[in-house]
Ligand binder design. Sequence first.
Ligand code: SF4
Length: 471
Amino acid sequence: MSELHDECGVFGIYKNDEDMDIVEETYLALYTIQHRGQIGAGIAVNKNGSMIHYKDFGMIPEALPEKELIRLGNGKIALGHVKYSSGEAVEHENLAPLVMRYIKGQLAICMNGALTNYHVLRDELNQGAAIFQSNGDTEIIAYIIARERINSSTIEEAVEKAVKKLKGAYALAIMSPSKLIGVRDPMGIRPLCLGRIGKSFVLTSESCVFDSLGGVFIRDVEPGEMIVIDDEGIHSTKVIKGERTALCMFEYVYFSRPDSVIDGVSVAKARQRAGELLAQQHPVDADIVCGVPDCGIESAIGYSNVSGIRYATGLIKNKYIGRAFNDRKNNEEYLMRIKLNALKHSVEGKRVIVIDDSILKGKTSRHIVDLLRRAGAREVHMRIASPMFINPCYLTSDTTPKENLIASRMTSEEICKYIGADTLGFLSVDSLRKIAAGCKLDFCDACFTGNYPLDVSDTSRKDKYSEKIQY
Ligand code: SF4
């Protein structure tokens, strides 16, 4: 149960099926990618070139009440977004999709990712007397597209010019009056895929959407590729080339749903493989092996398969935590108590191996060990299905400061003592790279190694908060 909270999910649909309700399809798709963001959600719909939208805080049912879905009605193109905090102040203006009016009419945009040249771009726009409503990356991108549109003959030409100014990690979904456009960053850090529901085309963050909605996954959008969908079909252009590819390794570790396939590799299989490698790397005698829901489950199964130690459910997660609880998120201990419980009849009197996806601050791991001990576990051996998380991530948006990352200031033995486990073992960096063998892209593993795939010197998200105060 990672303490890294910071992904978003994007969805866009271009309707070619007469009887399809695209607002309903978008709503259902957002449910499927709800795991990528629970702070807020929104839908924008395009009816004959005119866009209306609704967005609000909370999980899908809270953020998008039925009366608003009815008001949105139906249309030709729609965008949907689920949001986690992006290092931005969590204010209504930062929810997406962002819908704006400019010289060519309306434009809606949503993204997953983070710009590493946010300050440079924002300063440039500020010098031109730009007026911002939010402190988010999405509005910066929208602004640049709008400016480029003045000297471009098409929206896709403006988008192409705009993305050449961006640095960082992004998966964009953009809706113009007549087109749906998707762009994936040149290194492919954030995932984006293309598929079909009926005859209607879809761009979204994860392939599990197509399974859930009875659609067909066509392919991953390639790094630096722009997909334009209009009345004539799908058009692909490679608009920007990266020096290398660098898919976020944390997509396999934590961000994505296990039933998604990212760049050719099943997320469930990658997690299972991590558990198998952990069992080889950090064996220990025990009675049962259990996983911390949700992401530790497949790894626990992998560990069990290799070690021969019985897999059992040792922890139960409360999945029904809505906005009322998220609003209390400053009370971490309160939230942890509500979120997880140990299954006493499984663990009582047993030597337990518990597998989690990662450790960031260490508080969650300490709570889990304590839960298992209070439920009667005789020994608790914690295994982590990723390496020690040492460096902040500037390419999602949860830039948990380095000093808050427990592995940046403690050894594995010290962390073990802090969380109260009998033993602790992390997956090695070499093993991590093996879990997604067969992936079409190379990886970013900077949070474990410090090897950022691009310059991250201009990424202090703290400045975003102070910016908010100054304004
Ligand atoms: S630093 Fe870590 S979390 Fe961030 S993009 Fe790279 S692998 Fe993903």
